[in-house]
Write a protein that binds this ligand. Structure first.
Ligand code: ATP
Length: 211
């Protein structure tokens, strides 16, 4: 049977229970053989006050200590500069071969701006796109995204039938948590306990992040 690997990219600044719950549910519901979290470089337009790529990676590693179903792939952070998702996918395709099914997983908020991604139309040459609903976000209704999406919309069973090319809307519990609100809460002196795993909250406190 075709192997199927989920890939979940993000800045994870910090990784939180919204990310982790989504990744775990997708791994289980879609019966993914692997589900990898891929921390990416902070996009240049986002401010980076006081935490490094290695700290974001360390938080993902800490979060996954007690979750063998999920793993971390730090390849993007090992490069010195930001890389486009499509290039990371091309590299993974080369490494894993033409047969394995790759599923690039994003939240609905990411789909809304998908047409602004570098070579966005090519991404489905390398992988499927799995989109999970996020509180407050609807599927894009504007062109060119709406018709591109309609033409590729497929059932989850398609993910194992081909290595790439389908767009699947998947169900997962929607937790209304964002890294932005966590950073703001900590900066205001509030606790992030229960929004992030205890191991991540300890790391944040020990390293005095987001204060
Ligand atoms: P920020 O608030 O800093 O933008 P974020 O919480 O949205 O961060 P990112 O690391 O930017 O997290 O997002 C990585 C991916 O995780 C994106 O595809 C995003 O849609 C998804 N995501 C983020 N939060 C959630 C959540 N609560 N539930 C489901 N998906 C989420």
């Amino acid at each position: 049977m075709r192997r199927i690997i989920g890939l979940f990219g993000g800045t994870f600044d910090p990784v939180h229970n919204g990310h982790l719950r989504m990744a775990l549910e997708l791994q289980q519901r879609l019966q993914l053989d692997e589900m990898r979290l891929l921390p990416c470089h902070q996009p240049p337009h986002r401010d980076v006050p006081g935490r490094s790529s290695s700290q974001r990676l360390a938080m993902v590693e800490a979060a996954l200590e007690s979750c063998p179903q999920l793993s971390v792939d730090g390849r993007e952070l090992r490069r010195s500069s930001p890389s486009y998702s499509v290039d990371t996918l091309a590299e993974l395709r080369c490494e894993l071969g033409p047969e394995v099914s790759l599923c690039w997983c994003v939240g609905m908020d990411s789909l809304a701006t998908f047409h602004l991604w570098h070579r966005w139309r090519d991404l489905l040459d390398y992988a499927h796109l799995v989109v999970v609903g996020r509180p407050g976000w609807q599927p894009p209704a504007e062109e060119p995204l709406a018709s591109w999406m309609r033409a590729r919309l497929a059932a989850p069973t398609q993910l194992r039938q081909a290595p790439a090319g389908a767009l699947v809307l998947a169900d997962a519990t929607m937790l209304d948590i964002s890294a932005t609100s966590i950073r703001a809460a900590i900066a205001a002196g509030y606790s992030a306990q229960f929004l992030v795993p205890d191991s991540v909250w300890s790391f944040i406190k020990n390293n005095q992040l987001y204060r």
